[in-house]
Design a protein around this ligand. Structure first.
Ligand SMILES: [Zn+2]
Length: 152
C-alpha cells in the first residue's frame, strides 16, 4: 500500500491528497501514517469504515451508538482486583465485539449483548461474573442474587 493516495484532508493545510507511508491494524481501526502531498506534513489517521454503524437498542427502545469504551469500562469494573491478566480481559472484549459484529446486524439489543458478555465472563471468573450480572440485571433483592449464585 506504500505510495497509495486517497482523499483524507490534511489537518494542517486541508489539502485533500496524501501519501500513505505506513499502515497497520490497531484496536482503534486501521492506522495510517500519511504525508500531505502539498505541505509535506505528516499525520496519522484511524479508519474504521466497517466499524461505524452498529447501534445498541436499549430497553426503552432508544438507540445508541455502540460504544466500545463503555463496554470496556463495564467489564474492567467487574474484573477489578481479580487475578486475571488484562490481556486476557482485552482478548475477551475483542471476541465479544467480533461476535456482535459477525452476526452481520446493524443493531443489537442491550439484553442480547448483556447475555453474550455474561456468558464470556462466566468462563473466566465467577466473581467478575456475579459483579457484572448484578449491575446488568439490576438485582432487585438478595434472593435474585442467591438464585444467581446457585446457578454457578
Ligand atoms: Zn498539508
Amino acid at each position: 500500500m506504500r505510495g497509495y493516495t486517497n482523499k483524507m484532508d490534511c489537518p494542517y493545510c486541508f489539502h485533500e491528497e496524501s501519501k500513505v507511508t505506513d499502515k497497520r491494524k490497531s484496536p482503534e481501526g486501521i492506522r495510517r501514517r500519511r504525508e500531505c502531498l502539498k505541505c509535506g506534513k505528516r499525520f496519522t489517521t484511524y479508519e474504521k469504515s466497517v466499524k461505524e454503524d452498529l447501534s445498541v437498542i436499549k430497553k426503552d427502545g432508544r438507540r445508541e451508538k455502540f460504544d466500545r469504551e463503555k463496554l470496556e469500562n463495564g467489564i474492567y469494573r467487574a474484573f477489578e482486583k481479580r487475578p486475571v491478566a488484562k490481556e486476557k480481559i482485552d482478548k475477551m472484549i475483542n471476541e465479544i465485539e467480533e461476535q456482535i459484529r459477525k452476526k452481520g446486524k446493524k443493531e443489537i439489543k442491550t439484553s442480547d449483548m448483556g447475555e453474550l458478555i455474561m456468558k464470556k465472563i462466566k468462563k473466566i471468573d465467577n466473581v467478575a461474573y456475579i459483579r457484572f450480572a448484578s449491575v446488568y440485571r439490576d438485582f432487585q433483592d438478595i434472593n435474585d442474587f442467591k438464585r444467581e449464585m446457585k446457578g454457578l
